[in-house]
Design a protein around this ligand. Sequence first.
Ligand code: OGA
Ligand code: NI
Length: 359
Amino acid sequence: MVCPRDWPEPVVRVQSLSESGKPVIPDRYIKPPPDRPVFNSSSPDDDINIPVIDLAGLTSDDLTLRESTFKEISAACREWGFFQVINHGLKAELVDGVRDIWREFFHEPMEVKQQYANSPKTYEGYGSRLGLEKGAILDWSDYYFLHYLPPPIKDHNRWPAQPSSLREIVEEYSKEIVRLGKVLLEVFSINLGLKHDYLQKAFGGDDIGACLRVNFYPKCPQPDLTLGLSPHSDPGGITFLLPDENVSGLQVRRGDQWVTVKPAPHAIIANIGDQIQVLSNAIYKSVEHRVIVNSDKERVSLAYFYNPKSDLLIHPASELVTEETPALYPSMTFDEYRLFIRTRGPQGKSQVESLKSPR
Ligand code: OGA
Ligand code: NI
């Protein structure tokens, strides 16, 4: 399949729609009734949250604490596919700084942002839709997508030049996220009973991929009719999400409920992507999530995708394939998988499920 050069329809910036001050949203953003969010003043999940894990325990001299931290991560991976980490080693000023600088970028004049308008060929730059289906119902968000690794595809000219410190701050943040990605892959490998460097090697050693999507969810006059981001699982390895601490919006599927994530101060949310589901032969599952919007606050989030090298074959670890637990997925490169996803846009968990070997 050849990837088209351009979008099937003229691009509309959600931020412009929001700033127009119209009290109704265009039909293109209205979800069918069963897909709309339900806003309860006191929802039964008020006390439920994804686990918060203190990563300081991983390097503690106290062996019991170290073991219990590994166990907490193991349980979170199996039961939620999502957790928040604190004491992750990123300074509070860095996480606040990188979020603030992107907020500033989205408040630059439209002409400045338009210089970076993206195309579906690489998705890199300023964008307002995922997926190419003509006439699709769209999500209430704009975004900025950029590549950090592998080095040959990092191009600073495709990163915003303004605010002037953006590139430097994003570099620093990226380096830290890649470090954290290595730490978690090692913990996951050990927790799965694999060699400590199994997953890092399966991802390509130092030749991994890393890319950032900064999501901007403008205020929405009719938040009960639309979504900021439709239900999906993340296609890559691990996602590190830096949420907006002032505004909630991320919801994680738990059975037939949507649990709203309450971010801990300066926490980073980690979640399992489809490639880890494949490598672990579904011991860990990538979990569906979505974003709701609201009428009085915009929201900014940074989703960092830590991915396998794009041309390596990813398949269930042979150590995890037994007669009772046969391989659930065929081998596929991340390049092939991503092309498939990018053509279709957010589709719940149907993609990784559709890969399942027929049996
Ligand atoms: C994503 C994502 C959640 C959020 O970008 O893949 O799930 O809170 N973002 O913005
Ligand atoms: Ni996601």
